[in-house]
Design a protein around this ligand. Structure first.
Ligand code: AMP
Ligand code: MG
Length: 520
């Protein structure tokens, strides 16, 4: 196995001077050196070929002993110095102080075809940032991260990637529901890959410590490597940097709303500075359309991170990032202007995004009210977010007497589509078909376009759970199947038709399906 290894993060940024792996508050540093924990009996469950090729490896490499020992943490290459990043964060609206990579260990960076990739093991043991926890991850949460991050990539959504999934061979104790019933589960390690894993929280921790020197080093480093279009120097560069992070974050969250992804823990330590979806914990996928839904039981009371609130939370998080960058700029106004622009841009992008989901590509002033009516209707009785938009593309625009029954498949309880509910839906459909007359695309063209925007297959909550239950018994067939299927989420793939289906009833209130905690 030959990798073109280069380490810019550790070479260009200050390290923690203490080398022992003890829990501590780290100052004047961006990271601490730490080695992964040795695993007792690692085995490889899955490899993402696409990611393998991105870092310059082949399928043959992935079946080597070397691959398994490096990506399970058992072998550290001689010329590399694994490390955990130091970051802080606002969790559920409150400053939480130092957090850091408590169970992620960065191995090295790989340069391949002019692209730089940071390679990180998640679940590879304690670090100086582990606080009271064990630094490990269990199979269930690792499968969720592994499958979902790859699914997001293939949906065209900026995300960290997953190279491989291993069992460590060790047992890990977890209390899934935090209700005093801990049990042993199989330990696992996901190798994550991204241009960088730097988060908003990396900047926040330095600002909170008043360490402006290191804050500036980290910001300069981030701009130099990841924001090549910023050519200005000094304050102007930092303002431009904040603006670009704002744009990237807006793009990310607009994509989430498009496909019905609910992150679940949008704390500032889980916000990538590159606008990547990062840290797949208690995330979920909208099944019936409900803007108030969150899969995260820890957030059950306030639902801060509910689906409909995600764009606002991004803005709140950006505000915290702006505060952290302020010492480099010393002027609030340009930052405030960017944050204000976000408020209007979020509405503009939402409108554009939903119009595209509806196959509306010509401009029409009435679209706003068409969308408003739709969103209201979608909350009258349960309707599946994915199925609705996918079958909507089949509407015949010349048949003005189409009955709303053509959408029946999308409703969870089709027999509730009666009386006023039916009337409201019928009115909406009539308006929609009338609106389609203004489009230049033919029905076939519109359908083709819509089907590149509205996915057919996503990792529904119960599907991940089914793959997990099988995997826990040593059967990885479903995991393989989903990994393959989710590489083409917009394609018809009739062989997988059975996964284009509403959530089954048994999954409605099941742990792991609609209820998840952070106990990963
Ligand atoms: P999260 O909200 O899951 O992204 O995690 C918040 C913080 O807790 C981060 O600093 C994580 O590194 C840390 N953390 C989560 N799980 C563990 C674990 N099992 N061991 C050590 N640290 C953890
Ligand atoms: Mg995190």
């Amino acid at each position: 196995m030959k990798l073109n290894i280069q380490n810019t993060f550790t070479e260009e940024l200050p390290s923690d001077l203490i080398k022992e792996n003890t829990r501590r508050q780290v100052k004047k540093a961006c990271f601490s050196y730490v080695s992964p924990k040795k695993t007792s009996n690692p085995s490889l469950i899955h490899v993402s070929e696409d990611v393998l090729h991105k870092i310059g490896l082949t399928a043959l490499d992935s079946s080597s002993k070397d691959f398994l020992s490096v990506f399970s943490g058992n072998n550290v290459y001689k010329n590399t110095t694994p490390y955990a990043m130091c970051y802080g964060g606002h969790q559920f609206g409150n400053w939480a102080g130092q957090l850091g990579d408590g169970r992620a260990i960065n191995l090295f960076e790989v340069l391949h075809q002019k692209n730089r990739w940071a390679i990180q093991l998640k679940g590879a043991g304690k670090t100086p940032y582990s606080r009271t926890a064990d630094g490990l991850a269990v199979l269930r949460s690792s499968i969720r991260e592994y499958l979902c991050s790859e699914a997001m990539f293939h949906l065209g959504i900026p995300t960290t990637r997953a190279l491989s999934l291993c069992l460590s061979g060790d047992q890990v104790l977890r209390d899934i529901l935090y209700n005093g019933n801990p049990a042993y589960e199989q330990g696992a390690i996901v190798t994550r890959v991204a241009q960088s894993f730097i988060r908003f929280g990396n900047f926040e921790i330095l600002a909170s410590q008043g360490d402006i020197k290191t804050l500036q080093l980290l910001t300069d480093y981030t701009i130099k490597h990841f924001f090549p279009t910023i050519t200005e120097k000094g304050k102007g560069a930092y303002v431009d940097f904040f603006k670009q992070v704002t744009q990237l974050s807006l793009e990310m969250v607009t994509h989430w709303q498009r496909v019905g992804f609910v992150h679940g823990v949008m704390n500032t330590d889980n916000m990538s500075i590159l606008g990547l979806t990062i840290d797949y914990g208690p995330y979920g996928w909208l099944e019936d359309y409900d803007p108030g839904w969150t899969p995260n039981t820890t957030d059950r009371q306030h639902k801060r991170y509910r689906f409909g609130n995600q764009p606002k939370v991004v803005q709140w998080n950006l505000f915290k990032l702006a505060n952290a960058l302020y010492p480099l700029i010393e002027e609030a106004e340009p930052l405030e202007t960017i944050l204000e622009e976000y408020s209007s841009n979020v509405e503009i992008r939402k409108l554009e995004m939903i119009r595209s989901k509806l196959g509306l590509f010509e401009l029409d002033e009435d679209d706003f009210s068409l969308i408003e009516d739709l969103e209201n209707n979608m909350q009258l009785i349960e309707i599946d977010y994915i199925i609705f938009y996918r079958i909507l593309s089949q509407i015949n625009s010349s048949n003005t007497s189409t009955l709303v029954k053509v959408l029946l498949e999308a409703f969870y309880n089709p027999n509730e589509l009666i009386n006023e509910v039916e009337e409201k839906w019928q009115n909406w459909l009539n308006k929609y078909i009338e609106r389609l007359q203004k489009e230049k695309n033919s029905d076939i063209e519109r359908k083709e376009k819509m089907n590149t925007i509205n996915p057919k297959y996503v990792l529904r909550n119960y599907m991940a759970q089914l793959a997990i239950e099988d995997a826990e018994k040593g059967d990885y067939e479903l995991l393989n199947e989903f990994h393959t299927m989710l590489q083409q989420p917009y394609a018809e793939q009739p062989e997988y038709q059975k996964w284009f289906a509403k959530r089954p009833n048994w999954a409605r209130n099941k742990v792991g399906c609609s209820m998840l905690s952070c106990s990963s």
